[in-house]
Structures are given as C-alpha cells and as structure tokens.
Write a protein that binds this ligand. Structure first.
Ligand SMILES: [Zn+2]
Length: 118
C-alpha cells in the first residue's frame, strides 16, 4: 500500500521548522503567555488595593509594570497568531527565515539577526 505524504498548509510555508520544533515553540509561548497573564491579573489586583495611603510613585511604578506585562503578553499572543496564519518564523522586515536556534531563545522574535543590528 502506498502512503501519500501531505503536509498541512501551515507547515508547508515554513519548511525550516519541523512539526516538533514548532510544537516546542508553541508550548513555550503558551506557557509564558499564561504566566504573564497570571502576573498581570495579580498586578491589577495590587494596583486596585493601592489606596491613597500609598505614594503616587508606588502607583506609577506598579502601573508601568502592569503596562509592560500587558505589552509582553501581546507580543506572545501575536507570535501564536502568526503561527496559526503561517507567518511565524519569518523576519517581518526582510522575510528571511529566522533560524530555530534564535526562535528557541526568543520564540516571539519578529526580526532576523541582521535586521536587529540595523
Ligand atoms: Zn530580516
């Protein structure tokens, strides 16, 4: 019996990532997104509990930290979305494929190394 190999369209557009590599990156992104969301929820609660008794500097710092968490979560969500649409792993500037080694270190990377330098 002959087996016909066909890859899902998403993988076809990114031949530089094996399904295993993509699975690892997706799990990594998902985990970090979850913990970042948890931290953001905690920070929101903390911020609400900051009464007027707290200095406005404290509130400002807490608010800035929360903004950074939200921004971080957005980057991770964006990477997961690009995985679903098949745009993941390509530099958004020059469209060159980003090597797995770099994605492993920074799964939400949007630029290749040479575009980062410029
Ligand atoms: Zn590039």
């Amino acid at each position: 019996m002959q087996t016909i190999a066909f890859a899902p369209p998403v993988l076809e557009s990114q031949p530089h990532l094996t399904p295993l590599q993509q699975g690892l990156l997706r799990a990594n992104l998902g985990q970090r997104l979850q913990s970042q969301r948890d931290r953001a929820v905690q920070a929101t609660i903390m911020l609400q509990e900051f009464s007027d008794a707290r200095s406005s500097t404290d509130r400002k710092i807490a608010r800035r930290q929360l903004m950074e968490m939200v921004e971080d979560a957005r980057r991770l969500e964006n990477a997961l979305e690009r995985m679903d649409t098949g745009d993941y792993g390509a530099c958004v500037n020059c469209a060159r494929l980003i090597p797995f080694e770099r994605l492993e270190a920074v799964p939400e990377a949007r630029y290749c190394r040479s575009c980062l330098r410029t």
